[in-house]
Design a protein around this ligand. Structure first.
Ligand code: PLP
Length: 366
């Protein structure tokens, strides 16, 4: 046996997963329910209701997909895009790039609209990229760069296109109003600001997108038409039918995390993320460090910092882990060695956590 469990819980201050809420972790240990047990079906229904609140949507078809955020991305494209469809994608980081790859695998004619990493997408440039795309896609919170893009403005410009949004690092951490902003298809993950372990992809699709969906998507598992029966959210009243074995323990964890958030109040949770991020970003700048993301578009829940000249980025991360049990992330892509990513998400969105990571960084960098 070479694996040895750390004696003390890690502080997961990287780009995700973050530390879950204790309520979510505890729910993983509840007696397991069968996936067609009436008690589980009630739990799933409530989970979907709670998800509607954090998405800011009334969409009937709002559910946790049984896989991680990337499956949410796949589900988004595979259900809306057929060979030859035009898909405009805002690319200002790694996850915009991944969207292009996924859309291309669906046979789309992909029009990537590129922006410098560290800057937001410009909604007008996306709208101008093609006169009549089937889908316009963008990442609300680019985890690779710590940047927030203006999805509301994109929704105002989308015209007849379907707006597909990655909200993995946005949901439960920054303002997200799927219906008001005109998001037609949205996917997220549980392991960031929702404060739940990784494993599910909260997903929502509007009536408008549903009507235009691909009738026989190339993916059986992610075919939302088939998943409708599993959820009984298709309104037919036909009852639940087996589609796949829902990961019931994970749904229980998500339910518990969402209850925790809604009990605190979604606005209060978002304000807590904003405050923690501000404290961290001010503290880093007071230490003489430079932030990477463009001012005015910085995410509070995921901060990107430039590694100072002459400092070994990996060695600092290693020392933080070894001495302080603190995980922070490396930069993404070509910024792997020149940027650090620090996430204060879910229960970690607190003044304590901001001060802890600042103190540890001061100790390691001195
Ligand atoms: N999109 C964004 C913005 C992400 O940050 C991530 C993961 O970090 C993903 C998509 C993919 O999610 P997952 O790693 O859960 O598959």
């Amino acid at each position: 046996m070479t694996f040895s469990q750390p004696l003390v819980a890690r502080h997961l201050f990287g780009p995700g997963p973050g530390n879950p809420y204790p309520e979510a972790t505890a729910a993983l240990g509840h007696p397991l329910l069968g996936h067609l047990d009436p008690a589980f079906l009630a739990l799933m229904d409530e989970t979907c209701d709670h998800l509607r609140q954090v998405w800011g949507t009334q969409n009937r078809r709002t559910l946790p997909l049984s896989a991680t955020g990337s499956a949410g991305m796949e589900a988004g494209f595979v259900n809306t895009v057929e060979p030859g469809d035009v898909v405009v994608v805002g690319v200002n980081g790694l996850f915009g790039q991944r969207m292009c790859d996924v859309a291309a695998r669906c046979g789309a004619e992909v029009i990537p609209v590129e922006f410098d990493w560290g800057t937001p997408v410009d909604p007008q440039r996306l709208a101008d990229a093609h006169p009549n795309p089937k889908v316009i896609a963008a990442v609300h919170a680019e985890t690779s760069t710590g940047v927030r893009s203006d999805i509301k403005a994109l929704g105002e410009l989308k015209d007849d296109a379907l707006l597909l949004v990655d909200a993995v690092t946005a949901i439960g951490g920054i303002e997200l109003k799927a219906d008001d902003w005109g998001i037609d298809v949205g996917y997220a993950g549980t392991q960031k600001c929702l404060g739940v372990p990784p494993g599910l992809a909260p997903f929502t699709i509007s009536e408008r997108a549903w009507e235009r969906r691909v009738q026989k998507p190339q993916s059986w598992y992610l075919d939302l038409g088939l998943l409708g029966g599993y959820l009984d959210s298709d309104g037919t009243g036909g009852g639940r039918t087996y589609h796949h074995t829902a990961p019931t323990a994970m749904v229980a964890a998500l339910h518990a995390g969402l209850e925790r958030i809604l009990a605190e109040g979604l606005d209060a949770v978002i304000a807590r993320h904003a405050k923690a991020g501000r404290l961290l970003q001010e503290g880093l700048q007071e230490m003489g460090l430079e932030l990477f993301a463009q001012e005015g578009s910085r995410l509070p829940d995921l901060t990107t910092v430039k590694v100072p000249e002459g400092v070994d980025a990996g060695a600092v991360r290693g020392e933080l882990l070894e001495r302080f049990n603190i995980e922070i992330g490396a930069g993404a892509g070509k910024f792997a060695k020149s940027v650090w990513r620090i996430g204060l998400m879910g229960p970690n969105a607190s003044e304590d956590s901001a001060e802890l990571v600042l103190a540890a960084l001061r100790a390691v960098l001195k």
